[in-house]
Design a protein around this ligand. Structure first.
Ligand code: NAD
Length: 488
């Protein structure tokens, strides 16, 4: 790996620096081998990073120089594209991402999407003229100005790290903010390379982007609490999101949250059951189920429950978890021993709750090393079971029976989460009617794809606040100022 030679560095105030707490190992989840060391920041580093971001926002023209920002975001995209093959190998090695996914959301998609953020800033109507009026009898000219929020603290997880890091960096920078990025300790290098490319291949001024890798989750909490930070943009679990929101409360900073999910795949009774259930089974295996929007509850007509379970198990039982470097691998490892054990504890819980496995149920015998879990179908439970209500974040599908469209909608919506959903049905109008009743931020009908730079993504209920991507995702990083000038 030429971008990082065994040791990565922090980016603080434009300089690549070692971590105050030394280094920590980053591990290949498919082999359990140590790839090398990441810089381990301490609280002093985080303080310096916040200070640098604050000074860059307050003391430079970054927030008002749109042309500079557009150029810089495009430079970052070009630098990433220029190193895409090295980044691909790094992503496969550190994230355990199957090679095939690096052509999309695991790498190339979010890199290309930086162009959307730059284009949005370039074409944005920063000032809107509302014209003259006489509110309270006083002749006034009114305009509405959109401007950057200020210093953004970005806190990200490990599952799709390029996608999540860049879907924050791109719009936040294009909108005129400065940033401190604190990535997950499980995937530090994919964030650290951003620091190296920014420092060496872009005109992004010192302090505008700071990248702080660390094993210490408390550095994330520092970002949420610090009065110098104007906004915290968090992606991760709902439990941590709750803590971030509480920490941000003292300073009333803007809080943007992309959290967990337990999304439903609803199969209506006129659907092609074989097609629907095999798509559901296949998609839960992608990246070993470590996607917040993956549909992990398969909600099928009661009369065809056994058939649906058999189809899903046929698909998932035929997908062997394995080497993510191979082009044909769909299901790689989960990120860590901790995550593997967490998934296993949910599998144990499924049995304790009275469920049964139609396939899978544990660690694959043919993978002695690496954090692998067999694709698993859980049958025989209702939507009340904990494995149907809590996020497992592994290749695990729970199949639930419904008694018609109204009941399917009730079950799909009976969740603390509301991130995504899928509906399959032969009658397109009926399927669209069901989709309209689902309380979720994105809905796929009959295989439609919502993942795209111009489509807002985010959650209802405890899946989050706000939207990432699309123009809505750009506007999350803007304040709104109304200017009223007395006129005669
Ligand atoms: P996590 O919540 O454990 O950690 C996320 C980040 O928060 C990490 O950088 C971590 O260091 C940091 N952190 C931990 N404690 C903190 C605290 N008290 N204050 C501030 N920061 C803190 O999540 P994870 O295990 O890394 O990722 C998996 C979770 O992310 C899943 O729940 C998944 O659904 C969710 N996720 C959501 C989306 C989305 O867009 N909705 C996308 C991807 C992942």
């Amino acid at each position: 790996m030429a971008l990082i030679d065994g040791m990565s560095r922090l980016l603080i105030d434009g300089k690549l620096t070692p971590g105050g707490a030394g280094g920590f190992a980053t591990v290949n989840p498919a082999t359990e081998e140590v790839l090398g060391e990441a810089a381990n920041a301490d609280a002093v580093d985080m303080d310096l990073a916040i200070d640098a971001a604050r000074r860059a926002f307050d003391g430079t023209d970054w927030s008002t120089n749109t042309a500079l920002r557009v150029r810089c975001v495009r430079q970052l995209r070009d630098a990433l594209q220029g190193h895409v093959e090295e980044l691909r190998e790094l992503t496969i090695a550190e994230v355990g991402a199957p090679r095939m996914l690096t052509a999309g959301a695991q790498l190339e998609g979010p890199v290309t999407d930086l162009g959307f953020a730059a284009d949005t800033a370039e074409n944005y109507e920063w000032t809107q003229d509302l014209g003259h009026a006489t509110p309270l009898g006083i002749p006034t000219r009114r305009s509405v100005v959109r401007e950057a929020v200020g210093v953004v603290g970005a806190i990200t997880p490990w599952n799709f790290p390029h996608q999540i890091n860049l879907a924050k960096l791109g719009p936040a920078l294009a909108a005129g903010n400065t940033i401190v990025l604190k990535p997950a300790p499980d995937t530090p290098w994919v964030a650290a390379v951003l620091g190296e490319l920014i420092a060496e291949h872009t005109d992004i001024p010192p302090g505008v982007v700071n990248i702080v890798t660390s094993t210490d989750h408390a550095l994330g909490a520092m970002l949420a609490k610090d009065p110098r930070v104007d906004m915290v943009s968090f992606t991760g679990s709902t439990a941590t999101g709750r803590s971030v929101m509480a920490d941000a409360a003292a300073t009333i900073k803007k809080v943007f949250l992309e959290l967990g999910g337990k999304s439903a795949f609803v199969v209506l009774d006129d659907a092609d059951l074989a097609a629907a259930c095999s798509v559901a089974g296949f998609s839960v295996c992608l990246h070993a189920g470590q996607g917040c929007a993956i549909t992990t509850r398969l909600v099928v007509p009661r009369a065809r429950y056994d058939e649906a379970v058999a189809i899903a198990a046929g698909t998932m039982g035929s997908i062997r978890p394995g080497d993510p470097t191979k082009p044909g691998t769909v299901c790689g490892p989960v990120i860590s021993a901790r995550q593997r054990d967490r998934v296993q504890s949910y599998l144990d819980l499924a049995l304790a709750e009275g469920g049964e496995f139609a396939c899978g149920g544990g660690r694959p015998a043919d993978q002695p090393a690496g954090f692998f879990i067999e694709p698993t179908v859980i049958a025989g439970l209702t939507n009340e079971a904990r494995v149907a209500r809590e996020e497992i974040f592994g290749p695990v599908l729970t199949v639930i029976a419904h008694d018609g469209d109204d009941d399917a909608v009730r079950i799909a919506n009976d969740s603390p989460y509301g991130l995504s959903a899928t509906v399959y049905g032969a009658d397109a109008d009926r399927a669209a009617g069901v989709a309209a009743r689902l309380r979720a931020g994105t809905v796929n009908v009959n295989g439609g794809v919502w993942y795209s730079a111009d489509v807002p993504f985010g959650g209802y209920k405890q899946s989050g606040n706000g939207r990432e991507m699309g123009v809505a995702g750009f506007e999350e990083y803007l304040e709104t100022k109304a200017i009223a000038t007395a006129a005669n």
